[in-house]
Design a protein around this ligand. Structure first.
Ligand code: BES
Ligand code: ZN
Ligand code: ZN
Length: 504
């Protein structure tokens, strides 16, 4: 799908469809209707009144193509109340438009933004671009019969007074971000019989070659030599050996250094504390954090911000077998902290323990980890919101602020000393489960805290809820969502002063 900007008068344009975006705002509606009436040669205001159409978010009103517009299909698409407007509504609405166009087998369409004034057109064209690409996505490679219809070109019609060259740059950024997110979705959606630890490492290697990243992949023997006893224990039950992956993006004019760490369980059966059927389904998505690392690297490989980024994944598979680690086992992590195993299904934090110790040794300016860590986080916040924790409130605030800009919902969960007491183990420094199940997302975060150098600002993002969804929502189809690829990439861009060059 091609996405282009246009500044067209719609009178004599030839296209399959025109979608007019419009706010729900009764006072202004009259004036806006007049404009549509003019564009279509009248009749629309009566229709709208007749249909009691209010332009609520995502609501379509098909209008007759009476006027000079040579399209077969013309519709108004609601943006909801102007007062409540946020850019994410444009992503959602753009995704509904692309899905409708596919359903109608349209090939060239126009999205018109001229019915009202937006505050910031950089954000408008970027959000529409992202929504189109994210909404167009489906994981259909395994269907023998595919829904082949693809929309060929989308033109986003913007006011004439806008700087088209500048806005084209934001269309480009939107494309890269959304395509990186789709890349992550593709990886997460692949089942564990297609992407195992070794294949995951190969994909990382391919990405490194393509974009010129440094990459080091450690095998089981090397992982053992590195003293990663917690990670190694998790991997032991599987016939697929662990692979520890360290990617580095190192630009010439680096303005700083950030490490991003992703939980990389290719599959989580629970191990000896095996999950029951319903809970084991979708556990191919326990590699979402790791796949987000690769998606973020794809995006920065394209956008080339002036900041050094380390991408770290301790890839493993959690399986029960005669070689599997057990409850009561006592492990030693790379930083020397001993861990008593309470439950082999709390495996992600064990792999992250060693990954975070390793990341800390690189002495970056900041560490971000992304992990499908706890069901408790989903209970706390629901399926659509990620939990954010960490050791530095300013850093947490920056990530939360960024998530508001990207529409990837995040909310902070608070650390406290009483919960810290609940991960004390009977016979080792720390337990891998809390003594009660209450606050399970937070006790998991507090466990991770033991493996991060306290001098380094660190944020932990629990994406167990929003990383995948059985039916999908907004611009997310069923399956993997690719969250939080856009938030972290956007954060890295801002931190690297990427927008100084564009003058944003
Ligand atoms: N991978 C799961 C967490 C998860 C749950 C991700 C639901 C996505 C959806 C994690 O490894 C796990 O099993 N956590 C346990 C921890 C418990 C044993 C303390 C959980 O949440 O039940
Ligand atoms: Zn688990
Ligand atoms: Zn897990």
């Amino acid at each position: 799908m091609e996405i282009n900007l246009a500044t067209k008068k719609l009178d004599n344009v030839k296209t399959d469809a025109v979608f007019f975006l419009m706010f729900e705002d009764n006072k202004k509606l009259e004036g806006e209707l007049e404009k549509i009436d003019k564009a279509l040669n009248g009749g629309v205001s009566d229709l709208i009144k007749l249909q009691k159409y209010k332009a609520e978010e995502g609501k379509f009103l098909i209008v007759p193509t009476l006027g000079k517009i040579k399209a077969n299909y013309v519709a108004i698409v609601g943006l909801g109340k102007e007062k409540k407007f946020e850019n994410d509504i444009l992503r959602r609405v753009a995704s509904y438009i692309i899905r409708k166009s596919k359903e109608l087998k349209l090939s060239d369409i126009i999205i018109d933004t001229n019915l009202q004034q937006f505050e910031n057109y950089d954000e408008v064209v970027q959000a529409i671009t992202e929504g189109l690409i994210l909404g167009d996505y489906s994981f259909d490679k395994y269907f023998s019969k595919k829904d082949e219809h693809k929309v060929k070109e989308v033109q986003i019609n913007i006011p004439k007074n806008q700087d088209k060259d500048r806005l084209n740059e934001f269309v480009r950024i939107g494309k890269i971000l959304a395509e990186a997110q789709n890349f992550t979705r593709d990886l997460v959606n692949e089942p564990a019989n297609v992407i195992n630890t070794i294949q995951f490492a190969e994909i990382a290697e391919k990405l490194a070659k393509e974009y010129g990243f440094e990459i080091k992949i450690y095998d089981e023997e090397e992982i053992e030599k590195m003293g990663m006893g917690a990670y190694l224990a998790v991997a032991k039950g599987s016939d697929n050996p662990p692979r520890f992956i360290h990617l580095t993006y190192r630009p010439k004019n680096s303005q700083g250094e950030v490490a991003i760490v992703g939980k990389g369980l290719m599959f989580d059966s629970g191990g000896l504390n095996i999950k029951t059927g319903d809970f084991m389904r979708w556990m191919k998505s326990d590699k979402s954090g790791a796949c987000a690392v690769l998606g973020i690297f794809k995006a920065i490989g394209e956008l080339k911000p002036d900041i050094t980024v380390h991408g770290i994944v301790a890839a493993a598979e959690n399986m029960p077998s005669g070689k599997a680690y057990r409850p009561d086992d006592i492990l030693r992590a790379r930083n020397g902290v001993t861990i008593e195993v309470g439950n082999t299904d709390a495996e992600g934090r064990l792999t992250l323990a060693d990954a975070l110790s390793y990341a800390s040794e690189l002495k970056p300016d900041a560490i971000i980890d992304m992990a499908t860590l706890t069901g408790a986080c989903v209970v706390a916040l629901g399926e659509f919101t990620a939990g954010v924790m960490g050791n530095n409130q300013k850093f947490i605030n920056e990530i939360l602020k960024t998530s508001e800009e990207t529409g990837e919902w995040m909310w902070q969960l608070p650390f406290n000393d009483k919960l810290r007491e609940q991960i004390k183990a009977p016979h080792a420094d720390v337990y891998n489960v809390g003594t009660t199940r209450y606050g399970g997302a937070i006790t998991a975060g507090l466990f991770l805290e033991k493996f991060v150098d306290p001098k380094i600002p660190w944020v932990h993002i629990d994406i167990a809820g929003p990383s995948h969804h059985t039916s999908g929502w907004y611009y997310h189809p069923k399956g993997a969502t690719g969250i939080p690829v856009r938030t972290i990439t956007w954060y890295l861009l801002k931190r690297s002063k990427f927008f100084d060059k564009i003058g944003k």
